[in-house]
Design a protein around this ligand. Structure first.
Ligand code: C2E
Ligand code: CA
Ligand code: CA
Length: 717
């Protein structure tokens, strides 16, 4: 082979074969050193082939790429070494083209010694000596890595594009260069619209740090910016995102891109707000709840103590709300609470805090009191708001509130103690006959203690036999005779003495104790009536008072039947006194109970008539035998009030409905005369007899059948 004019790099190892393949290369020349260096240290695999495709020489990168040592490769056909079988034909063609004096470039697959394959880019140069092609100089560029990298980039791009979070990339000045699909979904802007703009495009508030690129520069040292940002959709609505801004650093030029990821958290924020609202508001009326009221009151107290102004805390509780629930049903009760909340709000008008403290209890704070009289004024307005009935589900419901007021600073104290004081004052208002208000006074603390103690003592009262019944006769005016008695419950407390029923029955109702106590009353009264009948031969009807709570006892009717059976008392000798609250029907359950009682043969009478709702509707529906005019009307007789007129009206009404009528609380001759004149037949009251023990009743009864005057009866006792 003749020396060529071609410059060919040789590895030093090839010197052994110099005799066989003489390329005429001058190793001592500078070029030789230079090219040998290049050949050896090239990161690309380089191989020198003769024109039969046999390896003459190869470099270190060749060894690294194809795993053959140069020694192994030398003299062997390159095709047998690194060309996959199916590509041998193509490889031979490639060699042929290269030998035909062309520089050939191609991307293809080659295999390694271990059988694995790699993608390569091959550059083939012909080696020409004179006019002869004597070999090929081939450079292999392993592009598997680049391919993998490209593929990964493509995958990452696709992932970013299909990510649920909105992503956009900006240049170093914050100009958007790329956006993903979620960005378009979230913001309403297509990528083409967003590119070139800054994120202020979607800023709802005007340069929030998260969206203002001029603020991002300060991130350089701090890394990632993370926070909530309110964005504006293309159509104007706003949404909140949790956003991260990540600066991408180029080690030479500093930050050159920002990647912004936005997660739409509007739903989460809304849910959080809802939860927050729910925790602080009453679900029924949507008024602030007790917790919020406390908090607000504390703020107001703070302000008041600094400004030296006074404030008043009101606790407002509906009267007989239980009866509304029992009579009209809970949905109406709920509606009532909502309607009351609205009315109260209207009265307060200003921003005075109003809350539902629980049940039928509302709290109000009146701030900046100039004068305690202002609190009195507000109390009056609150009461007046209940003058007209509430119309709920087509029914009229009358309720009144009892209001307690605690002033600050007189007693000072924190929010909780003020609410407690107002609460005590509210109980005072209840005791004073309801539908009124009371201011807190110091001695009420003691009162609450007593009430709690009493409630506890009551538990043991039945077993300790501290309860007993007195009986008050009912008189037939015309016949001057006793037509029946009302059983009235008494509690002989071991330390406190006689506790009046008005005091302990509400406690028994509150604790549910009224159910066993009520049963005991009925048993005792029935047994007593049976004794009078058997021992004295007199069938005297006995009336027993019922509490609305007793109607919640699912066994109520059964217990009445059982008591009648056990005592052997004829059902018509038992009269049950109901209050108007119970009768305001609406609840078909109560109506059914009353119907069943009527079927058993028990008599039903309506107590305290005229005092409650005064709806006459139910009088037709309920199987009543008797009305009892409330004591307050009778007491009005002779003192110039308009009550006598009401009594006349009730007498006429009872006659028309065919009901017996009893006037309660007759204390004077004057009242007696008026009632006689109005032809009210039956009377009950201190004028004839106070409630007395059974033996006194017996004395009365054994006087025989002769006619007796009311005064006689009175004297006889
Ligand atoms: P009530 O059912 O209206 O009973 C009549 C009340 O009026 C009785 O008071 C009686 O002593 C009183 N009274 C009778 N005549 C006169 C009079 O001429 N003048 C005045 N000023 N008062 C008179 P008492 O015994 O203190 O009972 C009060 C209330 O306690 C009763 O009112 C009734 O609602 C309730 N109560 C009493 N016993 C029971 C019971 O066994 N069960 C239930 N659930 N409630 C009862
Ligand atoms: Ca009664
Ligand atoms: Ca009564």
């Amino acid at each position: 082979m003749k020396p060529t004019d071609t410059v060919i790099p040789f590895s030093s190892e090839s010197s052994r074969q110099k005799a066989e393949i003489d390329t005429g290369f001058d190793e001592s020349s500078l070029d030789n050193v230079y090219f040998r260096q290049l050949f050896r240290s090239s990161p690309q695999a380089i191989v020198l082939l003769d024109n039969q495709d046999r390896v003459i020489d190869a470099n270190r990168a060749f060894e690294d790429t194809f795993y053959y040592s140069v020694g192994e490769a030398r003299g062997r056909s390159i095709n047998s070494l690194i060309v996959p079988d199916e590509l041998v034909a193509a490889a031979e063609q490639l060699s042929a083209r290269t030998l035909a004096a062309k520089v050939v470039a191609t991307e293809t697959i080659r295999k390694r010694k271990d059988g694995s394959t790699c993608a390569v880019r091959i550059l083939g140069y012909p080696i020409v000596s004179g006019d002869q092609q004597i070999g090929i100089f081939a450079i292999y560029d392993d592009i598997s890595i680049r391919r993998r990298f490209e593929r990964r980039l493509k995958l990452q791009g696709a992932a970013m594009d299909s990510a649920a979070n909105a992503i956009f990339i900006t240049d170093r000045d914050g100009r958007i260069e790329w956006t993903n699909r979620a960005f378009t979904r979230l913001s309403g802007y297509r990528e083409s619209e967003a590119v070139g703009a800054t994120p202020l495009l979607i800023d709802a508030k005007g340069s929030q740090p998260g969206l203002d690129p001029s603020e991002w520069r300060s991130l350089a040292g701090k890394g990632v910016w993370r926070g909530h940002v309110v964005s504006r959709h293309r159509d104007g609505h706003t949404y909140t995102v949790e956003q991260t801004v990540t600066p991408l650093q180029d080690h030479r030029s500093g930050i050159d891109h920002y990647v912004v990821v936005q997660e739409d958290i509007s739903d989460r924020i809304e849910a959080e707000e809802r939860l927050h609202h729910m925790a602080r508001h009453d679900f029924l009326t949507d008024l602030p709840n007790r917790y919020t009221f406390n908090e607000r009151l504390n703020v107001e107290l703070d302000r008041a103590s600094r400004s030296g102004r006074e404030l008043a805390v009101f606790v407002l509780d509906l009267d007989h709300f239980k009866d509304v629930n029992d009579s009209f049903g809970h949905p109406v009760g709920d509606d009532l609470l909502v309607a009351v909340g609205r009315r109260l709000k209207r009265v307060l008008r200003d921003s005075s805090p109003l809350a539902r403290l629980g049940g039928d209890e509302f709290g109000i704070v009146q701030v900046d009191l100039q004068d305690p009289e202002n609190a009195r004024g507000l109390a009056g307005r609150l009461l007046a708001a209940f003058d007209s009935p509430f119309v709920l589900r087509g029914q009229e419901v009358h309720v009144t509130p009892s209001i307690g007021i605690a002033l600050y600073p007189p007693g000072l104290g924190d929010s909780k103690s003020l609410i407690k004081k107002a609460d005590m004052a509210m109980y005072r208002a209840k005791q004073a006959g309801r539908a009124t208000f009371r201011f807190y006074e110091e001695e009420m603390d003691h009162e609450v203690q007593t009430r709690m103690q009493l409630g506890q003592d009551l538990h043991a009262a039945i077993t300790r036999e501290e309860l007993y019944l007195d009986y008050q006769p009912q008189i037939d005016l015309k016949r001057r005779d006793i037509i029946g008695v009302e059983a009235l419950l008494r509690w002989q407390h071991p330390e406190r003495g006689l506790v009046p029923p008005d005091r302990f029955i509400p406690l028994a109702e509150g604790s549910g104790l009224i159910i066993p106590i009520g049963r005991w009353v009925m048993e005792t009264a029935c047994a007593q009536a049976k004794i009078w009948q058997e021992q004295h031969g007199i069938a005297l009807p006995v009336a027993v008072n019922l509490s609305s709570i007793q109607f919640r006892d699912p066994q109520f009717v059964e217990s009445v039947e059982r008591i009648l059976k056990e005592t052997g008392l004829a059902p018509e000798l038992l009269e049950l006194e109901l209050t108007e609250g119970i009768l305001m029907q609406a609840s078909t359950r109560i109506e059914r109970i009353l119907q069943r009682l009527c079927e058993i043969g028990v008599r039903l009478s309506l107590d305290d008539f005229g005092k409650g709702y005064s709806s006459l509707e139910y009088l037709r529906r309920i199987p009543l035998q008797k009305l009892k005019i409330d004591r307050s009307f009778v007491q009005g007789i002779g003192n110039g009030s308009h009550d006598p007129v009401i009594v006349s009206v009730i007498v006429a009404l009872a006659k028309k409905l065919g009901l017996e009528l009893v006037a309660e609380g007759v204390e004077t001759k004057k009242q007696l005369d008026f009632l006689e004149q109005e032809e009210c037949d039956y009377l009950q009251g201190f004028y004839f007899s106070r409630p007395v023990d059974p033996t006194k009743i017996e004395q009365l009864l054994t006087r025989g059948t002769e006619r007796i005057s009311p005064v006689d009866i009175y004297k006889a006792l």
